[in-house]
Design a protein around this ligand. Structure first.
Ligand code: ATP
Ligand code: MG
Length: 264
């Protein structure tokens, strides 16, 4: 049986497409028949909302799981999100976790421990990280075997990258030898501008092996979908955004299979 692949969708820069990528890549992996778990690790709870789940009504959430040993994954896991799709939802309490975790035992390993009890049930786990490099993101990197890095096609896309790459290296050296940069996905690509082409060139030079072929276009359907609580496949299956995320899912599946042995 292929092993579960756990990806942290991370970039400490805000608004680069982490949540949009988490929701729609997960939807496309699930639609391709892969059992997928989404973990909303961002107190903004945009992934939770984006799937049409009201964070005010989730009851127990990833926050309680992280800070309270008495809470079990089964108490929080929503297995009926969509076919092949489960969710560990977030709510605004999670803002407190970055501070509370500091005082807990094994503070960097809390999410890894949570995952251990369920990971065998899934082919893919996608963790939507907050726009920071605090303990929540460190927990995601410690639990993951790969990072998927969304970069917005704009000037300064690579600004701040060194801190993120350093954080990944630190986590690899001290907490999780398995974690590495699995892929870089370019988001909000506008083929009409020369700037976009230049940014693509620059990122290709920086990440020749990691960059995915698929470019996620700027597409209004992608930005509308979460306001209806829908994935792009449900909102407009024929939109350029839906086609792009489906292609990205194929690339992720192929790359995961190609690198399987190295993660055994
Ligand atoms: P944060 O750091 O705040 O968590 P994020 O990195 O998760 O942000 P998103 O929330 O996915 O970024 O995207 C930021 C904004 O850009 C959102 O309004 C989203 O709808 C929009 N957006 C993301 N990707 C696209 C796209 N390909 N086309 C059009 N709009 C997009
Ligand atoms: Mg987000």
């Amino acid at each position: 049986m292929p092993e579960t692949r756990v990806f942290a969708i991370a970039n400490q820069k805000g608004g680069v497409g982490k949540t949009t990528t988490t929701i729609n890549l997960a939807a496309c992996l699930a639609s391709a028949g892969r059992k997928t778990l989404v973990i909303d690790l961002d107190p903004q709870s945009n992934t939770t909302t984006g799937f049409g789940v009201d964070p005010h009504r989730v009851g127990l959430s990833i926050y309680e799981l992280l800070v309270n040993d008495a809470v079990k994954v089964g108490d929080v896991l929503k297995t009926d999100l969509r076919p092949n799709l489960s969710l560990l939802p977030a709510k605004v309490d999670l803002y407190a976790a970055d501070i509370e975790l500091v005082y807990l035992d094994q503070r960097e390993f809390r999410l890894k421990r949570i995952l251990e009890s369920v990971r065998g049930q899934f082919d893919f786990v996608l963790i939507d990280c907050p726009p920071s490099l605090g303990l929540l993101t460190v927990n995601a990197l410690t639990a993951a075997n790969g990072v998927i890095l969304p970069l917005q096609c704009e000037y300064f896309a690579l600004e701040g990258m060194q801190q993120l790459l350093n954080t990944i290296r630190l986590v690899r050296d001290r907490l999780n030898p398995n974690v590495s940069l699995f892929g870089v996905v370019l988001t909000m690509y506008d083929p009409r501008t020369r700037l976009a082409a230049e940014v693509v060139d620059e990122i290709t030079q920086h990440f020749p092996r990691e960059k995915f072929e698929t470019l996620i276009p700027r597409n209004v359907r992608l930005s509308e979908a979460p306001s209806f609580g829908l994935t792009i496949l449900e909102h407009d299956q024929r939109s350029p955004g839906a086609l792009a995320y489906s292609k990205l899912a194929e690339e992720v599946i192929a790359r995961a299979a190609a690198t399987e042995d190295t993660h055994a």
